[in-house]
Design a protein around this ligand. Structure first.
Ligand code: PLP
Length: 410
C-alpha cells in the first residue's frame, strides 16, 4: 500500500514501538501507584513530558497529557462553560477553517448564549491577522486560529494572532496538530495561552495528545476525579501511549531538519506532475505558505470520493478532505471558506506525505491519478471540465459515486 494519508494518521516508528512495548508488558503499572513499578511508570511519563515540551519549546510543567487532540481542544473550548466564577464575556473569535474538533464545540457554544465571530480566509486560504485583531472585543473570552490547516496544509499567521490576542488581553488557543513536527512551533515565546498536538500525527501511537496551558491562562479541567496531571486532566494516564508519544516528539524534533526538506521536494514534485498531467486540476492554497507535506487539489468533473476509491483499488491511500456524513457528501467548510464552488470542492483530493514517503510512492500516485481521472470523466454524463450542474449535484450521494467507481473498475 502506498500511504499518502499522513494528515489522517501516521504509522508509529520502530523506535516508538520499541519504547512503548514494555509498558504493555512487564513494566505495566499505574503511574499513580506508590510502589516501585508505579514510580518507574511515573518517571517514564515525566521523561515523555520533557520530550513533548522540547518539540514545542514549552515548559514541561505546562504540558497536560490527554487521550486525543479532540479532547484537548474540547477542554479549552467547552471549558468556557465551566469557568469559575462564570465568565461574563460571551464572545469567541475563531478562524473559519478550524478542524471539527473546534468548529463543532463552537456551534455548541452558540446554542448556549455565546456569539462566535468567524474570521474568513482568502481564495488561497490565507487569514489576515489584522482582520483577526479587529474581531477581538472587550467581551471576547477566547480566540482561536490553528497553526496549519489539515485539509489544505495552508499555514495561518498564528504568531501574529497570538500577539494581537495578548495585546487585547484575550486568551488564545492554537491547534498545532498538523504543524507540529513539520514546521517549527515555539509555544513559550509566542504569547499563545494554549496549544494542542496529537501523537498519532507524528509517528506516535494513538491514545495520547498534549495540551499546553500557559500558567497565567484561565483553566478548568473537563475531566475531574483522580487528580492526575496535577488536577488538570483526571483519569489513569495511558503510560505506553505517552512513552511512545515522547519518543515520537524526540524524533520529530530531529526530522524537522533532517527529513522535512526532502518531504517538501517530494510534495512539490507530485504537485508539478499532477498539474502537468491533469487538465482542470487546481492546487488549493497556491501562493500561500503551506506545510511541506500536504498537497490538496480539486479536479473539475470528478468526485473526490470516486477517485479515492479507484486509487485505493490501485493500492494508493489518499483522502478527500471533505466530511462524508450519513451517505451524502458535504462540501468541505474549508474549501467553501476559500470561495471554491461546491461542485468543484466535491472533487477535492488530499495527498499528505510523511518522512517515510519515497520518490517511488509519489511517482506511482502521479501515474495513477491521471488514469483514474480519465476513467471517471469517461463515465460522467457531464462536461468533463465543468462537472455536473449544482442542483443535480446536490442530490447525488457519495454511495452513488462509490458504486459507479466500483462498477467501473470491475
Ligand atoms: N486538529 C487538527 C488540525 C487535526 O488535523 C486533527 C485530526 O485530524 C485533530 C485536531 C484531532 O486530532 P485527534 O485525532 O488526536 O483527536
Amino acid at each position: 500500500m502506498i500511504y499518502l494519508d499522513s494528515n489522517a494518521t501516521t504509522r508509529p516508528s520502530p523506535a516508538v514501538r520499541a519504547a512503548l512495548l514494555p509498558y504493555v508488558g512487564d513494566s505495566h503499572a499505574n503511574a499513580k501507584s506508590l510502589h516501585g513499578p508505579g514510580e518507574a511508570a511515573r518517571a517514564a511519563v515525566e521523561a515523555a513530558r520533557e520530550k513533548v515540551a522540547a518539540l514545542l519549546c514549552a515548559r514541561a510543567r505546562d504540558v497536560v497529557f490527554t487521550s486525543t487532540a479532540t479532547e484537548a481542544l474540547n477542554t479549552i473550548v467547552r471549558g468556557l462553560l465551566l469557568r469559575e466564577p462564570p465568565d461574563a464575556r460571551r464572545h469567541v473569535v475563531a478562524s473559519a477553517v478550524e478542524h471539527p474538533a473546534v468548529a463543532e464545540p463552537l456551534q455548541d457554544l452558540e446554542t448556549r448564549g455565546y456569539e462566535v465571530t468567524r474570521v474568513g480566509v482568502d481564495g488561497a486560504g490565507r487569514l489576515d491577522p489584522e482582520e483577526f485583531r479587529a474581531a477581538l472585543r472587550g467581551d471576547t473570552a477566547l480566540s482561536i486560529a490553528m497553526a496549519a490547516n489539515n485539509e489544505t496544509g495552508v499555514r495561518l499567521p498564528w504568531r501574529e494572532c497570538a500577539a494581537a490576542a495578548r495585546e487585547k488581553g484575550v486568551p488564545y488557543l492554537c491547534d498545532a496538530v498538523q504543524a507540529a513536527g513539520k514546521v517549527p512551533f515555539e509555544f513559550e515565546d509566542s504569547g499563545a495561552d494554549y496549544a494542542v498536538i496529537s501523537s498519532h500525527k507524528i509517528h506516535g501511537p494513538m491514545g495520547a495528545a498534549a495540551l499546553v496551558v500557559r500558567r497565567s491562562a484561565p483553566f478548568r479541567p473537563l475531566l475531574v476525579g483522580g487528580g492526575q496531571e496535577r488536577g488538570r486532566r483526571a483519569g489513569t494516564e495511558n503510560v505506553a501511549a505517552i512513552v511512545g508519544f515522547g519518543v515520537a516528539c524526540e524524533e520529530a524534533t530531529r526530522h524537522l531538519v533532517e527529513s522535512m526538506p526532502r518531504v517538501e521536494k517530494l510534495k512539490d514534485r507530485l504537485e508539478s506532475l499532477l498539474v502537468e498531467r491533469i487538465d482542470g486540476l487546481k492546487v488549493n492554497g497556491l501562493g500561500a505558505p503551506r506545510l511541506p507535506n500536504t498537497l490538496s487539489v480539486v479536479i473539475g468533473g470528478v468526485e473526490g470520493e470516486a477517485a479515492l476509491l479507484l486509487l485505493d483499488k490501485e493500492g494508493i491511500a489518499v483522502s478527500t478532505g471533505s466530511a462524508c456524513a450519513s451517505g451524502s457528501m458535504d462540501p468541505s467548510h474549508v474549501l467553501t471558506a476559500m470561495g471554491i464552488p461546491v461542485p468543484l470542492s466535491l472533487g477535492a483530493l488530499r495527498f499528505s506525505l510523511s518522512r517515510t514517503t519515497t520518490e517511488a510512492d509519489v511517482l506511482a500516485a502521479a501515474e495513477a491519478l491521471p488514469r483514474v481521472v480519465k476513467k471517471l470523466r469517461e463515465l460522467s454524463p457531464f462536461d468533463p471540465l465543468d462537472g455536473p450542474p449544482q442542483d443535480r449535484f446536490g442530490t447525488k450521494t457519495a454511495p452513488d459515486a462509490a458504486r459507479a467507481a466500483r462498477r467501473s473498475s470491475e
